[in-house]
Design a protein around this ligand. Sequence first.
Ligand SMILES: [Zn+2]
Length: 75
Amino acid sequence: MEENFTIEVLCLFCHSTLTADEDMEFESGDLIKCNSCGEMNDYDSVVEVAKEKAVEKVKTEVEEELSKTFNNLFK
Ligand SMILES: [Zn+2]
């Protein structure tokens, strides 16, 4: 696994990375304003999309690692 594993949270409208002040905390039901297009993103939807992307990313990495492992096994 990559050590610098980061999850990007993207605007649902323009797909820019959403940024917030460090001391800001979001919770279910909150709206996050996009700095690029000004649209309000529903926290729950944004998290759901980010989660799916993260799962995809992990899956790809695991598959790559596995194929490396198998290549070494059958040398
Ligand atoms: Zn946006």
